[in-house]
Design a protein around this ligand. Structure first.
Ligand SMILES: Cc1ncc(C[n+]2csc(CCOP(=O)(O)OP(=O)(O)O)c2C)c(N)n1
Ligand code: SF4
Ligand SMILES: [Mg+2]
Length: 423
């Protein structure tokens, strides 16, 4: 693989755009420091500067607008490797939108470099004023000149604790500034003030970059804090969450040849999600692969409660359900919520509480009194009934799951067993 970080010299910017100088000189500086393409993780933001990705041989991640510093921070945290270099390319627009992300990375002093392409406006969307547009600079949303001062991002990040902050004009050879920023241990931000020929030059004819910066009260220069770079080991390590996950032994068998999708639906407060989890774990206990997804209104506790499950003898690559194979309905709320899907079933089985009207469907209908052990146990009764009736898994695996999770004291296990005894 080429040791060059850029794979082309023809970059996708308008003629004369300052982004060209930044991309070329920054990548050259990294090469001169000995970084090979795969040592560099480039996180780019939305905007003209961000269309550089395809021209890079490095790792690239393209973030949402303003969020690239947060992405870079996460990568830096995760890597904690001084031989790798996390570089964030962001514009003044993205820096405005995601200012807090930059501030947090600076405050933590994470090992990363933010290259701020400050062309003083939102270039890609037509030259609007950003939070970094200097006072009196004209944009397409302030033709008379910006009435407000822009944020002094170097002062902000320096005050937050960044190891290194620098403001420079995007003119001529500024490779030493890139080099300084990239060599910093900790957080560095290099603000390159440039001008967008397509909007900035046209709206501010005859104005020179140094005059724009100076008249807005901003200084060209470097600011340093002598602070160590943040180390994850400095903070408290998160315990391994996987160690808390209990392993389910595959102690039963199943009768499933093909995957099936199941919808279990009833009313909120009637144990639908718990019953679905018990069915899922019992299916795993029987040697199947399972996915489970819950859906209910934002106001948890009223209306419907639905669980979507996929059971499969093999790997499950997609957990969505369009037309289900099996629908189990324990109440009116569940029926109303799934009516369209039930109407669309051309085959499969509908298990439905006997109190409900039978909807139009091509599915086979099986009615039962799921609510006989009380509304709160309707969903649990229904999955035990379904397991016994369908024979897909041994219904005893359900009681084993209940017992192994010490739920047998809380749930009316004997009553449920009695209610299906006649099957
Ligand atoms: C959250 C969000 N807000 C707005 C946009 C629309 N948008 C796309 S590019 C852009 C301007 C980017 O300006 P800047 O970050 O300064 O980069 P430049 O184009 O000047 O290099 C905007 C506002 C978006 N994509 N996402
Ligand atoms: S619109 Fe402006 S910022 Fe965007 S590429 Fe063209 S000159 Fe550069
Ligand atoms: Mg910009």
């Amino acid at each position: 693989m080429s040791s060059q970080l850029l794979n082309t010299s023809s970059l996708p910017y308008c003629k004369g755009c300052g982004h060209d100088l930044i991309a070329k000189q920054s990548m050259k500086a990294l090469e001169d420091l000995g970084f090979s393409p795969l040592d560099v993780i480039m996180v780019t933001d939305i905007g003209c500067h961000g269309i550089i990705d395809k021209c890079l041989n490095t790792h690239t991640v393209h973030g949402l607008h303003g969020r690239s510093a947060a992405l870079g921070a996460g990568i830096s945290y995760g890597l904690e490797n001084p031989d790798k270099k996390v570089v964030v390319f962001i514009g003044d627009g993205g820096a405005t939108i995601g200012l807090q992300h930059i501030m947090e990375a600076a405050r933590l002093n994470l090992n990363m470099t933010v290259i701020l392409h400050n062309n003083m406006l939102y270039g890609m969307t037509g030259g609007q004023t950003s939070g970094l547009t200097p006072k009196n600079f004209a944009t397409t949303t302030s033709y008379e000149g910006n009435p407000l001062s822009g944020y002094d991002i170097c002062a902000l990040t320096h005050t937050a604790g960044a190891s290194y902050t620098c403001r420079v004009l995007g003119i001529g050879d500024i490779s030493d500034k890139f080099s300084s920023a990239f060599q910093v241990k900790g957080f560095s931000l290099l603000e390159i003030v440039e001008i967008c020929p397509s909007y900035g030059v046209k709206l501010n004819p005859r104005r020179k970059l140094n005059e724009i910066v100076e008249s807005s009260g901003r200084k060209i220069g470097e600011w340093e804090n002598s602070r160590p770079a943040y180390k994850l080991s400095q903070g408290k390590k998160t315990k391994d969450l996987l160690s808390k996950v209990s392993i389910i032994d595959r102690e039963y068998t199943h009768n499933l040849k093909e995957p099936i999708s199941i919808i279990l639906s009833g009313s909120a407060g009637e144990g639908v999600q718990l019953a679905a989890a018990i069915l899922s774990k019992s299916a795993i206990r029987s040697g199947l692969d399972v996915t489970q997804k819950g859906s209910y209104p934002v106001t948890v506790g009223v209306g419907f409660s639905t669980a979507e499950l996929n059971l499969s003898p093999g790997k499950i690559n997609f957990h969505g359900i369009n037309i289900p194979d099996v629908v189990i309905i324990t109440s009116e709320d569940g029926l109303k919520h799934n009516l369209k899907r039930i109407n669309n079933m051309k085959k499969g089985v509908l298990y439905i509480d006997k109190s409900l009207d039978i909807p139009e469907t091509g599915a086979e209908i099986i009615q039962y009194d799921f609510r006989s052990v009380g509304a709160k146990n309707a969903a649990l009764t229904s999955i035990v009934f379904f397991s016994k009736k369908s024979g897909i898994i041994n219904y005893k695996s359900i009681f084993k799951t209940i017992e192994s999770e010490s739920m047998d004291k809380k749930l009316p296990v004997d009553k449920i067993k009695n209610s299906i005894a006649g099957l």
